[in-house]
Design a protein around this ligand. Structure first.
Ligand code: NAD
Ligand code: LMR
Length: 325
């Protein structure tokens, strides 16, 4: 058995966390030989509900769960943190865009960035889930100057997995037959799900990029899937978001043979995307680090779509400059 690691989760009394926490405690994120100290963070009024989550965790008798902390104190919650899942934030409701949440949610990530900076291990791996995830991650990163910016990521895995699933359905193949999905840019309706490098059973499917299915069905479905779920459920995605968060952290920690879409700091990328935004790039992951898949050529049509999502992220960043100090 390894030494226990500290996993901090914000929004721990909320819907996504309720689907994520039990999977993390059972070993699905960090493996069956990795004991975990769980640090569950929420706001003070949610402490009673969070105590209930703690009771349920105890009742599961998870062999890997070494300790459970329930707190609204960020210093305690991020103490010696190895993995931080920043989920706590308001979800949108029908008719809203995710960026409409920035005014309320952005300010949550400034104190959290500072608290990570002052209390977490300098090697901490941070995933921001709370929307708008990319710009919230940028805020947290800017407020943690002692942590390498590459240790802050924003969640694009749900968009990535949605894309993979739709391709598997279209081609009538298994999920594992689909490789090299790319989702560029922002976790918003300007994101660019790109199948130009995707392989199905080892064969490229780039010809699909010119079809009515890609342009008029696949792309808008992925871009608007969150809204489609809110329309159907009356609530935003939770179990699938939790699954994406667990998969993102698992692959970051343990590596993946497939490409991943990871929202990450854009500084010095080779695609000409402006610096200082959290942008999703195709990435490879091994040995606990990820790197952008740089050696890709982009078609003109993908490039012009990418400009749109890039400029949305620049606008979001410029609307929260006071939180980046
Ligand atoms: P929820 O309302 O069920 O839970 C949110 C929780 O966060 C609540 O318990 C609330 O008390 C807590 N919270 C609020 N402010 C906090 C703070 N300052 N510190 C700690 N906790 C705080 O919402 P949910 O369904 O779990 O969704 C959470 C967020 O995740 C939303 O912003 C949602 O839009 C986003 N989301 C992102 C993705 C993605 O792919 N990036 C996918 C789904 C949902
Ligand atoms: C999603 O993509 O399902 C989440 O970001 C929730 C939302 O607001 O769409």
């Amino acid at each position: 058995m390894n030494k226990p690691v500290n996993v901090s989760i914000t929004g721990a009394a909320g819907n996504i966390a309720y689907s994520a926490i039990f999977r993390i405690a059972s070993g699905q994120m960090l493996g069956n030989d990795q004991p975990i100290n769980l640090k569950l963070i929420d706001i003070e009024p949610a402490m009673n509900a969070l105590k209930g989550v703690k009771f349920e965790l105890e009742d599961c008798a998870f062999p890997l769960l070494n300790s459970i902390t329930v707190t609204h104190d960020l210093g305690e919650g991020f103490g010696d943190c190895d993995y931080a899942l920043l989920i706590g934030a308001k979800p949108r409701s029908k008719g809203m865009e995710r960026k409409d949440l920035l005014k309320d949610n952005g300010k949550i990530f400034q104190p959290q960035g500072k608290a990570l900076n002052n209390n977490a291990k300098s090697s901490v791996k941070v995933l921001v889930v709370g929307n708008p995830a990319n710009t919230n991650a940028l805020i947290a990163m800017h407020n943690a100057p002692n942590i390498d910016p590459h240790q802050f990521t924003s969640m694009m895995r749900l968009d990535h997995d949605r894309s993979k699933a739709q391709v598997a359905l279209k081609y009538k193949v298994q999920i594992n037959d689909v490789k090299k999905i790319i989702v560029w840019g922002n976790h918003s309706n300007t994101q660019v799900p790109d199948l130009s490098k995707t392989e199905v059973k080892g064969e490229e499917i780039k010809e699909v990029m010119n079809t009515d299915w890609y342009v008029n069905e696949f792309m808008p479905r992925i871009q608007k899937r969150g809204a489609e779920i809110i329309e159907a459920r009356g609530l935003s995605s939770a179990a699938s978001a939790a699954n994406a968060a667990v998969s993102h952290m698992r692959d970051w920690a343990a590596g993946s043979s497939d490409w991943l879409s990871i929202g990450q700091i854009s500084n010095n990328n080779t695609f000409g995307i402006t610096n200082n935004i959290m942008f999703s790039f195709p990435s490879r992951c091994s040995g606990g680090v990820f790197e952008i898949v740089n050696e890709l050529e982009m078609s003109d049509s993908i490039e012009s779509l990418i400009k749109k999502t890039e400029s949305e992220l620049v606008q979001e960043r410029d609307s929260v400059l006071e939180l980046l100090k």
